[in-house]
Ligand binder design. Structure first.
Ligand SMILES: [Zn+2]
Length: 482
């Protein structure tokens, strides 16, 4: 919802009660994010604004849930497509975005770079100074003193040269100077609480690398000498980034503050995680440490119990359709009540007109009596016309059901291997089902209490708050969610 001024002013207008019905071409024009769509629907319902779709009629909560799931899937698919396109650019030896110091785009050849010779000379000097023992900060001060322009017109500083270990974005770490293009080092995600886009580091296994010797400005022995000195001087190094993706990477949340959980090291029983907020600022009180492998086993065990049989999906679908039928039956009941009200209003009008004709009441009196009845008649006629629109019931999208089933089947494979590290396909299947794993605070010696927040439950959860699944209980039976 953030960063969409049109939507913001729409929501403001809704607050002010400026309209009664919202008509959209399709729900995904309002939002493709499940949480946003649900929030908008909830807010509008509270303001008694009806959400309508051009081809779907009025939308109820279950439909919103369904559209949300399908919309989110499409959006994630769209992001993957963009990424695939970029991978193609790297494979063909062009530059997928961002301009490194020392290069400029070749005019008329989109994505291609060429060396800017005086900048390249500065790069070589930086590598030489560093390899002979100068600190990045000293090098920066030297360049500033000489008035050499820094990248993006700023002043040189230590981090321009040294960069950040994980991101590998400093000059000394940039493999482009050794004639290598790397892409997919970071990916952008939208922070749901601020709507701002922030970058996250990808595992090294997802990097795309290609030889581009025409872009080399530092010879290999100097480049290697610099990397060797960087390793010797410590600090996080790119090769420390784990190669294999852990099943729960990025999904773990602190039950106390809602923040992420980060690996803090390994002891005899394995790697452990802790609340990042606690570690960084102590502004969270949850200082407990958890063995990541134990958490992974617990999550997989509870999902295995839940999805022992993919027939459970049929249960969900069945429950969804029953709910739909219930809503339609209610609509039919409402319709007959409306028809009766309309007949009453019309009869009332007829009676008053007859009394006017017989001279029993005067015009002023008649007008006062007629006006509310006419309003009532018009309102009921409008209601009836709206409900007469062809019942275009949105069925569960067969494609969505199919994908859920496939994801659940892949999940069975992860469960069978019972390890924390998984291949990319299985990990993404897992991520289609599990939105977050919340780890609750604990005292030393207490068992781990976790909650699994699943996407599947939002298919049928009529309140649409991501239903939490307590590990010991697994997903609740579908009928309880309705
Ligand atoms: Zn915390």
């Amino acid at each position: 919802m953030f960063g969409r001024p049109g939507l913001s002013s729409l929501m403001q207008a809704a607050e002010l009660g400026s309209f009664d019905v919202l008509i959209a071409e399709a729900p995904d024009r309002i939002s493709r994010d499940i949480a946003d769509l649900a929030h908008i629907h909830k807010t509008l319902r509270f303001r008694q604004v009806e959400m309508n779709c051009v081809n779907g009629g009025a939308l109820d909560t279950v439909q919103i849930g369904m559209y949300g799931v399908v919309g989110q899937m499409q959006r994630e698919e769209g992001a993957k497509k963009v990424k695939r396109g970029m991978v193609g650019v790297v494979r063909s030896g062009r530059n997928p975005g961002g301009k490194a110091y020392g290069y400029r785009p070749v005019l008329g050849k989109k994505g291609e770079l060429e060396i800017v010779e005086d900048e390249a000379a500065t790069v070589r000097r930086i590598f030489e100074l560093y390899s002979t023992g100068f600190a990045p900060r000293t090098i920066a001060a030297t360049l500033n003193a000489e008035g050499i322009p820094a990248p993006r017109g700023l002043r040189w500083n230590g981090s321009t040269i040294n960069g950040n270990g994980q991101r590998g974005n400093g000059i000394l770490r940039n493999p482009i100077y050794a004639g290598k293009l790397i892409w997919n080092r970071v990916h952008m995600v939208k922070d749901p609480s601020t709507g701002r886009r922030i970058s996250r580091v990808n595992p090294e296994s997802e990097y795309e690398e290609i030889d581009a010797q025409h872009l080399r400005v530092v010879d290999q022995s100097l480049f290697d000498a610099v990397q060797a000195r960087k390793e010797a001087t410590g600090g996080p190094r790119p090769r420390d980034v784990p190669k294999s993706k852990r099943l729960l990477s990025g999904l773990l949340r602190c039950g106390c503050c809602g923040g992420g959980m980060a690996l803090i090291g390994v002891d005899r029983s394995g790697p452990r995680i802790q609340c990042s907020t606690y570690r960084e600022s102590r502004s969270c009180t949850n200082g407990a440490r958890y063995y990541i492998e134990k958490l992974e086993r617990q999550v997989l065990d509870s999902l295995r119990i839940q999805f022992a049989d993919t027939a459970i999906i049929d249960e969900y679908v069945k429950a969804y359709r029953e709910e739909r039928r219930k809503i339609e039956a209610e609509a039919r009941r409402n319709r007959s009540a409306t028809e009766k009200g309309l007949a009453d209003a019309k009869a009332g009008i007829t009676r008053i007109v007859e009394r006017i004709a017989k001279g029993l009441i005067d015009d002023d009196e008649a007008a006062a009596l007629l006006q509310p009845l006419r309003q009532e008649r018009d309102r009921l006629e409008r209601d009836l016309a709206a409900s007469e629109a062809p019942s275009n019931v949105i069925e569960l999208h067969p494609q969505a059901v199919k994908r859920f089933r496939e994801n659940v089947e892949q999940l069975a494979d992860i469960v069978a291997t019972k390890t924390g590290t998984v291949d990319v396909g299985a990990a993404s299947a897992f991520r289609q089902l599990v939105a977050a794993v919340i780890v609750h605070p604990r005292q030393k010696g207490d068992p781990y209490t976790i909650q699994i927040k699943g996407y599947l439950s939002s298919l049928i959860d009529s309140t649409l708050s991501a239903k939490s699944l307590v590990a010991e209980e697994g997903f609740e039976p579908p009928t309880q969610g309705l």
